[in-house]
Design a protein around this ligand. Sequence first.
Ligand SMILES: NC(=O)c1ccc[n+]([C@@H]2O[C@H](COP(=O)([O-])OP(=O)(O)OC[C@H]3O[C@@H](n4cnc5c(N)ncnc54)[C@H](OP(=O)(O)O)[C@@H]3O)[C@@H](O)[C@H]2O)c1
Length: 335
Amino acid sequence: MTAPPLRWGVIAPGGIARAMATALNAVTQQRIAAVASRSLDRAQAFATEFGADTAYGSYAALVADASVDVVYIASPHSEHREHALLALSAGKPVLMEKAFTRNAAEAQEVVDVARAGGLFLMEAMWARFLPHYDVVRQCVQGGLLGSIDTVFADHGQPLYPDGPQRLSDPALAGGALLDLGIYPLSFASMVLGGLASVTAVGELTTEGVDAQEAMTARGTNGGLGVLHATMLARTAARASVVGTAGRLDIDGSFYQPNPVRYTARDRSAGPVFEPASRKHGLAYEAAEVARCITEGRTESPLMPLDETVAIMATMDDIRRQLGVVYPGEHPGGPA
Ligand SMILES: NC(=O)c1ccc[n+]([C@@H]2O[C@H](COP(=O)([O-])OP(=O)(O)OC[C@H]3O[C@@H](n4cnc5c(N)ncnc54)[C@H](OP(=O)(O)O)[C@@H]3O)[C@@H](O)[C@H]2O)c1
C-alpha cells in the first residue's frame, strides 16, 4: 500500500491478469490505466470490471498510450518475446509473466533490448516478493541454517487433461515445466545462489509436452535441489530448506503466502513465521515494480535478469533431456 502509485497497462486479460487486477485494486495504490485484448469486447469487459480508463482492441495501441507507466504482459509463454519487444520498443517498462519466454535465447534477446533502452524489465515470479520468501532469504543469508545441503520443492496441480488448452498445446509452450516447474527451480536457485547443473526424468503427454518431471540440481554455491512438478495431480506443493544447523519447512503450498517453521539440528522447534495476510499475494511483486521504477532502477535485485535467463537455460536443459521441443522456437533455443 505504501509503494508509489503507477499507471498500469495490462496486455492479455486472461486468468492471471484478472487475479493481478483484483489484487492491485484491493490492497495497493496502483491504478489500472488501460487494458488491451485481441478482442475489443474482452478489453471493454475487463475495463468495466476493474475500473480501467481505456480499453484497446490491440496490444500495439496500448503500448502507444502515453499515460501508461508500465506494461504487464499476461499472455501465454509462446507470445512473451513478441509482446515484450512490442512494449520495450515503445519505450515502456515491462513486468512479464513467468515463464519469461520459451527459452534462454529469447530471454536474452528481450533482456538485451531492455538494457539497451535503459528500461525496467522483470519476470513476474511473484512468490519471490512474498514476505515468507524474504524470511527464507534472511535465514539462509544470516547463517541460521548453517551450510545449506538440500532444497526440496514440489509443485503439482491437476491441469491436464481437463485444464486450459495453453498447457497441453506445444505451440503455446505448454507443459508442466514452464508453468509449474519454474516455481521449485526458481526457489532452489534463490536458496542455492543459482543452479550449476540439472538432471531430469519425465513423462510426456500425447501432444508432446511434459506432463511431469523429477529434477535434481547442483547449486552454484554448493548443495543440491530435489525438485518435482506435475500437471497430472494435486501434490502437497511443499518445500524445505535443509542446512547443517537446522531446517525450514514451509507449511502449505510453498509458493503462496504461508508460515515458515524452523527446526534445529537437535530437533528442537524454533520460531514460526506467520504471514500477516494470505490474500492478494500478487500485490507484492507489483509494489516491487513500482518502487524500482520510481527509484530509476532497471531491474529488481530480488529477481535479477541474469538469474531469469539462467533459469530459462536450466529449463532448456531439462527439456533437452525430456525431448520437449516447441514448434517455431527462436533460433538458439533448445531445438
Ligand atoms: N503468477 C501466477 O500465479 C500465474 C498463474 C497462472 C498463470 N500465470 C502465467 O500467466 C500467463 C497467462 O496465463 P493465464 O492462465 O492467465 O492464461 P489465459 O487465462 O489463457 O490468458 C492468456 C491471455 O492471453 C491472450 N493471448 C494472446 N495471444 C494468445 C494466443 N496465441 N493464444 C491464447 N491466448 C492468447 C488472451 O487474451 P486476449 O485474446 O483477450 O488478448 C488470453 O486470455 C502465463 O505465462 C502463465 O504461466 C501466472
